[in-house]
Design a protein around this ligand. Structure first.
Ligand SMILES: Nc1ncnc2c1ncn2[C@@H]1O[C@H](COP(=O)(O)OP(=O)(O)OP(=O)(O)O)[C@@H](O)[C@H]1O
Ligand SMILES: [Mg+2]
Length: 253
């Protein structure tokens, strides 16, 4: 299996002097192409920091990160921006929608940046929003949308340009079970493709069954991996989301 992401001994420090905080402590992680990988772990264990480094939004203090066969730290800042625009989609924990653009325009932003003319960009964005149940809210501003609606706009914006790697921070946190399921089906359909991969940070146990692999993080490190599927086939017969911590314990203790 080709690898989408390789992290080797990644550390991250924030702040200076007495206020220094170590968010990642020598983290190793490998995610294959065609995989839907989930990252789980307690609040503050470094999940957002890690995916921000993978997405090139933050630099690691030490360690190696390879994304889609490229080491972003070896690119110039300009090349990094181009690499990110072409290859990555990011769903932020706080959505980060542009407040003065309506839903369809927010989703179309990556297409505008890629040089698409306005009309086809808005049409494509509207189609995707329709698929996510927001066909009646295309011209609403973010402030006129509920949390769950804003979250779906953020998800559509991350997917609209067909990125090879999609990185999502808690993408179903504001969604009801049915809508969350629909979003995960959309993600799973993308991850089936051998040239695509998704990383989903989540606390939402309702969606664990969509994962090919679940990595557990604690205190800035990856402490265990639960492989649920290999090449689309169940890795262990009878594996259920509920048995996760038991089998994790078997392999990590
Ligand atoms: N910009 C920053 N400046 C200083 N400290 C930070 C910064 N970002 C994160 N941290 C610290 O790094 C640690 C990891 O934070 P991070 O946001 O990665 O956790 P998380 O696992 O995503 O948590 P949550 O589940 O609550 O979103 C925490 O101790 C946090 O306070
Ligand atoms: Mg976080």
């Amino acid at each position: 299996m080709e690898t989408a992401v390789i992290c080797t001994g990644v550390t991250k420090w924030f702040g200076e002097g007495d206020a220094r905080v170590q968010a990642l402590r020598g983290l190793d992680l490998e995610i294959g192409m065609g995989e839907l990988a989930m990252l789980v772990g307690p609040s503050g264990c470094g999940k957002t920091t890690l995916i921000s480094i993978i997405a090139g939004l933050l630099d690691a203090t030490e360690g190696g990160v390879e994304v889609l066969g490229t080491s972003p730290s070896q690119l110039t800042p300009g090349q990094q921006i181009l690499f990110r625009r072409r290859n990555l989609g990011f769903v932020f924990q706080q959505f980060n929608l542009l407040p003065t653009l309506n839903a369809a325009e927010n989703v179309a932003v990556p297409l505008f940046i890629a040089g698409f003319p306005r009309r086809p960009a808005i049409e494509q964005a509207s189609e995707l929003l329709n698929e996510l149940g927001l066909g009646d809210h295309l011209s609403h501003l973010p402030s006129q949308l509920s949390g769950g609606q804003q979250q779906r706009v953020a998800i559509a914006r991350a997917l609209i340009h067909n990125p090879r790697l999609v990185v999502c921070d808690e993408p179903t946190s504001a969604l009801d079970a049915k809508t969350g399921h629909k979003v995960m089906e959309l993600f799973a359909n993308i991850a089936i493709r051998p040239d695509r991969a998704l990383i989903v940070v989540t606390h939402d146990s309702r969606i664990f069954d969509f994962a090919d692999v679940i990595t557990h993080m604690e205190d800035g490190k990856a402490v265990g991996e639960e492989r649920k599927r290999i090449n689309g086939k169940a890795a262990f017969s009878g594996m259920m989301a509920g048995s996760m911590s038991e089998s994790l314990a078997e392999r990590t203790i």
